[in-house]
Design a protein around this ligand. Structure first.
Ligand SMILES: [Zn+2]
Ligand SMILES: [Zn+2]
Length: 278
């Protein structure tokens, strides 16, 4: 069975996201556990944690968490950098209490000070924040390739992995976003490109995929998601992706745009159809 679902709202209470996933017949989901556009990280109340863990266990839905957008683990601004490490540590702590095994993070921007410094900062940030987390793995997400960003080249992700002591205890890994890969120039509509990524990075270190079509052509460097089949990756591209065991067996999260409280389920249905499920 495919582990598949959407990034869902936690409006009302964290545990309501699990109800939303169940409504969509999803087998997986992604949430924010702190305000995605703020710095403040509030720990959820005990009864919310209990409700969340109970619903998660009863439903069997796989949950991953995404870091808020402001923290920048590559930052060369000392104040931002310190706040970013603290936000990561707190998000890890919340994930641990909610029994969420994976926390997905962007690697951020070196703000023009060079990629080498940015990579060093990310390695140090991960080691500092993830020091005490025994049961949560931080997944580094590849980027589309905006200016000064760290992590659009998969070699960046691998460099951090190979130079971090956390890799030995499997407390770091990768999350690959299909739209970002495509925007960064990886033509994932081709099986040989997927095989090459597997050779270079190792799909065994990838625990989740963000399944998003791309609004702009190959190598656009633009992070603009499109509904499945409506963008430049297209239905044929997603068929190739889902035919690859290195992709199909991971936790698949859809982050395509929707204006209502709940997505209409069509992108999930499209991916299930392509994977041969009804
Ligand atoms: Zn992301
Ligand atoms: Zn994106």
């Amino acid at each position: 069975m495919l582990k598949i679902g959407y990034h869902l709202s936690v409006a009302g209470s964290l545990d309501l996201a699990i109800d939303r996933a169940a409504t969509l017949s999803s087998t997986a989901m992604q949430i924010f556990v702190s305000n995605p556009r703020g710095w403040e990280v509030k720990f959820p109340a005990d009864h919310v944690v209990d409700d969340f863990v109970r619903k998660k266990e009863e439903s069997g839905i796989e949950v991953v968490c995404h870091m808020p957008y402001l923290p920048n683990l590559a930052s060369t601004n000392p104040e931002t950098y310190k706040k970013s490490i603290s936000a990561l540590a707190k998000n890890i702590e919340i994930c641990s209490s909610l029994r969420i095994p994976y926390l997905i993070t962007h690697l951020g921007s070196h703000l023009g000070k060079g990629k080498e410094q940015g990579l060093r900062n990310v390695i140090n940030a991960l080691e500092t924040a993830a020091d005490s987390a025994r049961d949560v793995s931080v997944l580094m997400e590849n980027q589309a390739g905006h200016a000064n960003c760290v992590g659009a080249d998969l070699s960046d992700l691998l460099h951090i992995y190979e130079n971090s002591s956390l890799s030995r205890s499997k407390r770091i890994g990768f999350c690959l976003d299909t739209c970002h890969l495509f925007a960064a120039g990886y033509d994932i509509r081709k099986k040989e490109v997927l095989d090459r990524i597997d050779d270079e990075l190792g799909f065994e270190k990838v625990h989740s995929f963000h399944m998003n079509d791309a609004k702009f052509p190959l190598d656009s460097k633009k992070d603009r998601h499109e509904n499945i089949g409506k963008g430049f990756i297209g239905m044929d591209g997603f068929r190739v992706l889902l035919d690859h065991s290195g992709v199909r067996e991971k936790i698949l999260i859809i982050e395509t745009p929707y204006d209502t409280d709940l997505p209409d389920g069509s992108d999930q249905a499209a991916l299930l159809r392509l994977a041969g499920h009804r």
